[in-house]
Design a protein around this ligand. Structure first.
Ligand code: TNX
Length: 538
């Protein structure tokens, strides 16, 4: 957007006239309630952010806000504990407020802005909203924010995004860039898909081969050979120090990182590293880490030594991730190897179980018990419901349509909805020629936006078990970070509104208007959003 020199100097008298007029509230996700006021607040380089003395929570939020403002408007407002004065932005954490954990109140008037919350998280979300209002014109220097009063609180406590880093590895900086955007969309749960057939991406001190061997794969395509005829090997994993760094970076943005360690299926990379973990009377030689995607046959065995391995891994994982949930996968465990194994069949018999499905249920129960000893909650894909009774505290992530969500909620389990086709981010967004590769059919921004969080068929009591939703980005088709970003944005905007805003307040037309300033923000931040999706839906 063009800017005048006087605006860039931050002189309030010369500040642009109501630049927000076209977007009276350029906030995504849409707040619960907005009441328009009169006039506008001049926000410029001389606007102080006032906090109370001895309030580290207010200071952290103020400094985060000031940095975000600097990145887009080119000036960093001063954070001060000095009282009094007009023309300031006041931050206030007040434990006596009677609003929700993540709620905030933002009151923009012509002479002051007051932002209040009961918790630091609430204040953080209010600051994100204020930042969006203050950056709606896409320009630099001084701006004006239309007077308004906002009351806001999220509809769901689990507002998630899953990133698969197993099929294609992403660096720590790239993961942090995704966390930055999650925070600016008020998403609070990052589900990190760390292991799969195509790669084991987390350092486990007791089992170094998991990353030495399991962290490398030969890429499929051209028989996995490069121009020189040699196999094209590529490796990547996170050290435990890097994991701690990412967890802290996320926590500073009010995001919990939930790790996923896949079992009993999607285990080929682990078995390539330690073939003794396999069903050893069926798998007689170590496979290689899968160069190809699809559903593979390698399953963990079910003898005590394999459980010791899994428990040791989970113990290290629990030490790295403070999240109360630990995701154990559970999806797509084709039972062929268990069926073919005499050892496994003998185990099924000795446990008095009916079949392989029941064995998987027993497996999940055993791991759940171990996690419970660490005071953690087992989370898994909806297959964990099959074959027997799931431990009461286990939480289900439903992906195969609504069926898993309905069953879980009816049985009294908490459930996070993330149905394939609806909230998956690996589908293409258009059928245009310049659409990057991805899965078919087309999943448009509009379809994403129209998603209904509560599957039809639940009564009010059961519906309370739907604790939230999440978008899942699988990356079989997304080898580069550019492609990852184009898959994420702007569908992340739609997702954030689906999980934060009540269904009754969602409005597609209004959302489209708010996307225009959002694209300006993406451009200013160097985020590679997909303008294909934007163009198609407009
Ligand atoms: C199924 S969704 C999977 C993933 C794949 C995805 C897309 C789910 C729980 N499992 O392993 O990446 O399809 O191909």
């Amino acid at each position: 957007a063009p800017r005048s020199d006087s605006a860039a100097t931050g002189d309030p008298a010369a500040a642009p006239a109501d630049s927000n007029a076209a977007h009276p509230s350029a906030i995504i996700p849409r707040p619960l309630q907005i009441v328009a006021g009169r006039g506008s607040f001049v926000f410029d380089a001389s606007t102080p952010i006032r906090i109370k003395p001895g309030q580290p929570g207010e200071r952290r939020v103020a400094e985060y806000f000031a940095q975000r403002v600097q990145a887009l408007r080119g000036f960093a407002p001063a954070v001060t504990e000095a009282p009094g004065g007009r023309g300031a932005v006041w931050l206030n954490i007040d434990p006596n407020l009677t609003i929700g954990d993540e709620a905030y109140e933002l009151d923009v008037q012509a002479d002051t802005v007051r932002l209040s919350a009961r918790t630091e998280a609430g204040l953080f979300y209010g600051a994100v909203s204020l930042w969006q209002l203050a950056t709606a014109d896409g320009g630099q220097g001084a701006t004006r924010i239309a007077a308004q009063r906002i009351n806001d609180a999220p509809a769901f406590v689990w507002r998630g995004l899953m990133l698969d880093v197993a099929r294609h590895f992403r660096s720590v900086d790239e993961v942090k860039a995704v966390l930055d955007q999650m925070a600016l969309h008020k998403l609070n749960t990052f589900h990190w898909h760390l292991t799969d057939d195509q790669g084991w991406r987390i350092e486990i001190k007791q089992y170094p081969r998991l990353t030495e061997v399991g962290g490398c794969r030969v890429l499929a395509g051209a028989n996995g050979r490069g121009a020189d005829g040699k196999p094209q090997q590529y490796c990547g994993y996170y050290t435990q120090e890097q994991i701690r760094d990412v967890v802290a970076y996320a926590a500073a943005r009010h995001i919990t990182v939930v790790p996923e360690i896949e079992m009993p299926g999607h285990a080929q990379a682990a078995i390539a590293a330690y073939p003794e973990l396999a069903v050893t009377d069926v798998v007689r030689k170590a496979p290689r880490v899968s160069p190809d995607w699809g559903v593979h046959t390698y399953l963990f065995g079910v003898d005590d030594s394999t459980f010791s391995f899994l428990e040791n891994v989970l113990d290290e994982v629990a030490g790295l991730f403070p999240s109360k949930y630990i995701h154990i996968g559970g999806d797509e465990a084709a039972k062929d190897q268990w069926i073919a194994s005499k050892q496994v069949q003998a185990k099924i018999k000795s446990l008095g179980l009916k079949n392989e499905m029941a064995l998987q249920s027993w497996f999940v129960g055993r791991i759940g018990k171990h996690l419970q000893e660490h005071d953690r909650i087992l989370l898994g894909w909806d297959e964990i419901l099959e074959g027997g009774k799931l431990p009461a505290s286990a939480t289900v992530m439903s992906w195969r349509g609504d069926a898993g969500a309905l069953e879980a909620a009816r049985e009294g389990h908490d459930v996070v909805v993330s149905p394939d086709r609806k909230l998956y981010l690996d589908y293409v967004q258009s059928d245009r020629d310049d659409e990057p590769s991805g899965r078919f059919p087309v999943s448009t921004l509009r379809a994403f936006y129209d998603f209904q969080m509560i599957p039809p068929g639940l009564d009010a009591q059961q519906a309370k078990h739907v604790i939230g939703g999440q978008g899942n980005l699988w990356v079989e088709h997304r080898r580069s970070f550019d492609l990852v970003q184009k898959a994420l944005y702007p569908r992340l905007d739609a997702l954030s509104e689906v999980v934060w805003s009540p269904a009754s307040s969602r409005d597609w037309n209004d959302f489209q208007h708010r996307l225009a300033p959002q694209f300006a923000r993406y451009r200013a931040q160097g985020v590679q959003a997909s303008d294909v999706a934007y163009a198609v839906d407009f």
